[in-house]
Write a protein that binds this ligand. Structure first.
Ligand code: ATP
Length: 763
């Protein structure tokens, strides 16, 4: 038993909450006309998600809500809740009991609940499709719709059968896949359009990026060239500066020296007028010298005269003395001789006692003197006086001579001094004469040297001015370089030029390189600078960034496109597979149904034949949605576009003993029987959990009612049956009978009743 109960509240005539429990295989609902039995059957349709208000016998959603009775106010909402026993997991949800509930409000909004949780209509439909309770309602036959399956066109019939065969789930999957495919294809178009849109931009950016890359390459080249150029230039200029300075320094020093020399020479020449003064002085000294010499000569003459006088006096004195010495035979007393001998002996003794020769010599002198004095004492001189006078004269003359000699000495000293002065002055004058000559010579030499130096210095100054210009140029070029290629241009000091063979070039080579080669380098630099400026790729980083982002986006889009194509392909495959499955299962199902149909048909009519046959149909559009509930997008789910060629289902019947071949030719009862036979056949092949038959038996006579009853009893083995009936036979098959009554208030009420009571009520 799958269906447990239905709870109806506010739905149509069921103003108050009414519950029907279905705990037997067959439940019957009986009641007088207009009491609300069909409303109960519609409550099933409603809760199962019926979207067609027309098939619920209404025009607007409001018509489904209790509209008020004599003493009863109208309801604001209608709700129906169906409770399933799901122990066997007939419904694909992991609960032993499942309740489905639908609520409709006066503003036409609908709400669906599964076990009290708000869900979408789609969820309800999918859940039910899995249990063969499809929206086509093949298991709910409303009043007057017993021959619905016969009246339906081939396509509708096919749908009913698909639903009954449980193929709807594949249909939904297929529809969903088609929708997904449509969406995917739409996305593909969008992505392709996006890619088309960005393609020109990417092309533009690519060109820019190529330019930037070229510029970067040029910058790299330029940086290398700058390094070589700067390195060589700086080395050259430093050397030039050093060489100019070292050449200039001695020249400046020399110039200074020459200036000093010049000043000196000039000064020397200026001094030449002092020479006259010196000549006068020489003459003066000459005069003095002459005078001194005259004085000296006169003094010397005096000395000569005195010396003559002295020598004549000496001669006179000698004569006097000679006269005196003629008295040598004079006799002396012995005692006197003895005395003198004693004195001499004493002296001689002294001489014997000493070994010092000088003392001995002294002693001899003393002896000599003793003897002389003895002799002198014993002489008797009458000319002694004259002798003394001569001696005195000589003495007088000698002292006069010494006086003159002193004066001569002074005169000689003065003469010497004057001579020296004379010589000095003479040499000074001579010297001055020489230095003037030198100064004049020097003057010529200095001027010549100065001219020479001036020439050299002027050369050096012009070299210096070129150097300064070159230094300024280098400074400017360094600035330009750093602006053009960045700070790395200034890192040339880390670099040293190498020859073509990769050997480091010597400083000597750099210095001695012809300037033209460096000039050529500078020109090459200028050329590449111009090309770089022409490339005009300002904001390179941003363009690179944009190119990267845009390319990444394009790659992303391409990847997305690839994914979309893949999913489109897999969706197409899935759709194809579903199509095949649907076709195969449908055909298989139809074959199975046909066997049952034939059996039920034969049982009903006691013979004859009936079968469903597949027919090809042209494409047709269907929209069976006339219940448009705001906010319910799912309404769209039931609209579909049929394929160009589609298989529909036709019914072929052959009544026994009658030559009737078309459905149109059947009587009302025959139609009902055929329809029931088909419905039962369908249900037998793939039994739904429950079947509701609303007065399907209305047109049957008693004999057929029995057959109908038998079939119901048989069918109830597979599906739970809820039968709305006035038929006594049908009622007799039910395990529980519910009576529906409607009082004067227009409200339907439910009650469980006995068979007899039911028969009574039914009447
Ligand atoms: P029969 O045996 O003749 O087929 P029935 O028992 O099936 O009758 P229903 O057709 O279920 O009767 O009930 C129809 C009754 O429900 C009508 O009397 C109608 O007034 C009432 N009804 C329908 N819609 C509403 C509504 N929205 N509000 C109140 N009553 C309604």
């Amino acid at each position: 038993m799958y269906l447990k109960s239905i709870e109806i509240a506010g739905f149509k005539s069921f103003a108050r909450k009414s519950v029907l429990d279905f705990n037997t295989p067959i439940s019957a609902v009986v009641g007088p006309n207009g009491s609300g039995k069909s409303n109960a059957a519609e409550a099933f349709r409603f809760v199962l998600g019926e979207q067609s208000i027309k098939s619920l016998r209404g025009k607007r959603a409001e018509d489904l809500i209790f509209n008020g009775g004599k003493d009863a106010a109208r309801a604001n909402r209608a709700s129906v809740k169906l409770v399933f026993n799901n122990v066997q997991r007939v419904l694909n949800i992991d609960f032993d009991e499942v309740s489905l509930e639908r609520v409709v409000h006066r503003d036409s909004s609908s709400e669906y609940f599964i076990n009290g949780s708000l869900v979408r209509l789609k969820d309800i439909i999918e859940l039910l499709a899995g249990a063969h309770i499809g929206a086509s309602g093949h298991h709910i036959i409303s009043q007057g719709e017993a021959d619905k399956v016969l009246n339906a066109n081939t396509r509708e019939r096919r749908e009913m059968i698909e639903d009954a065969l449980g193929l709807k789930i594949y249909q939904y999957k297929k529809e969903e896949s088609i929708r997904k495919l449509d969406k995917t294809e739409e996305n593909i178009k969008q992505v392709e359009s996006l890619r088309r849109e960005i393609a020109p931009h990417i092309r533009f950016l690519k060109k820019q990026v190529e330019k930037i890359e070229k510029a970067v390459e040029m910058k790299t080249d330029l940086t290398k060239m700058y390094h070589e150029y700067f390195c060589r230039e700086e080395s050259y200029l430093n050397n030039e500066r050093k060489s100019v300075t070292s050449e200039k320094e001695p020249l400046l020093k020399k110039r200074e020296e020459l200036e000093k020399e010049l000043a000196e020479a000039k000064e020397t020449l200026a001094k030449s007028n002092t020479r006259d003064h010196k000549s006068e002085k020489v003459m003066e000294v000459e005069g003095k010298l002459k005078e001194t010499r005259i004085t000296k000569d006169s003094l010397m003459r005096n000395v000569g005269r005195i010396e003559g006088e002295i020598s004549s006096l000496i001669r006179l004195l000698k004569k006097q003395k000679d006269a005196n010495s003629a008295m040598t035979n004079k006799t002396v007393l012995l005692s006197q001789v003895e005395n003198i001998t004693k004195e001499i002996d004493l002296e001689i003794d002294g001489a014997f006692e000493t070994s010092d020769i000088s003392k001995v010599k002294e002693i001899f002198r003393n002896i000599k003197k003793l003897l002389k004095d003895f002799i002198e004492k014993n002489k008797e001189s009458e000319n002694k006086q004259a002798e003394e006078e001569i001696e005195n004269d000589i003495k007088g003359l000698e002292s006069e001579k010494s006086g003159y000699e002193l004066k001569i000495k002074d005169a000689e000293k003065l003469e010497t001094e004057l001579e020296e002065q004379y010589v000095f002055l003479k040499s000074e004058i001579e010297k001055e004469r020489d230095s003037n000559r030198d100064a004049e010579k020097a003057l010529f030499r200095i001027v010549a040297e100065q001219n020479d130096i001036r020439g050299h210095l002027s050369n050096l100054e012009s070299r210096e001015s070129i150097l300064r210009k070159n230094e300024e140029d280098l400074k400017r070029e360094l600035q330009e370089g750093s602006i053009l290629v960045g700070i790395q241009a200034l890192r040339y000091k880390d670099f040293w030029p190498t020859s073509e063979s990769g050997v480091a070039v010597s400083l000597e080579e750099i210095i001695n390189e012809p300037r033209q080669v460096q000039e050529d380098r500078r020109r090459a630099l200028e050329k590449i600078k111009i090309r770089l400026e022409d490339a005009g790729v300002a904001g390179g980083d941003e363009i690179m960034k944009e190119f990267k982002e845009t390319s990444e986006r394009d790659v992303f889009l391409a990847k997305e496109l690839e994914d979309l194509f893949k999913s489109s392909e897999s969706l197409k495959i899935l759709i194809k597979e579903l199509d095949e499955k649907l076709t195969n299962e449908f055909r298989l199902g139809v074959t199975k149904i046909n066997i049952q149909f034939q059996e039920f048909f034969t049982a009903m009519f006691g013979g004859g034949s009936a079968k469903l046959s597949l027919v090809k149909e042209k494409k047709r559009k269907r929209s069976d949605t006339d219940l448009t509930i705001p906010g319910e997008g799912e309404a769209h789910d039931l609209t579909e576009e049929e394929e160009e060629q589609e298989e529909g289902l036709d019914i072929e019947v052959n009544l026994p003993k009658k030559k009737i071949k078309g459905l149109m030719m059947l009587s009302g009862g025959e139609r009902a029987l055929t329809s029931i036979a088909l419905l039962f056949a369908i249900s037998q092949v793939n039994p739904p959990p429950f079947i509701i038959l609303d007065e399907t038996d209305a047109a049957l006579d008693e004999a057929n009612s029995r057959k109908y009853g038998d079939m119901i009893a048989n069918l109830s083995k597979y599906s739970q049956l809820i039968l709305i009936t006035h038929n006594r036979e049908t009622m007799s098959r039910a395990g529980v009978i519910y009576g529906v009554t409607m009082g004067s208030d227009g409200i339907s009420r439910l009650l469980s009743i006995q068979f007899e009571e039911a028969v009574q009520v039914a009447k």
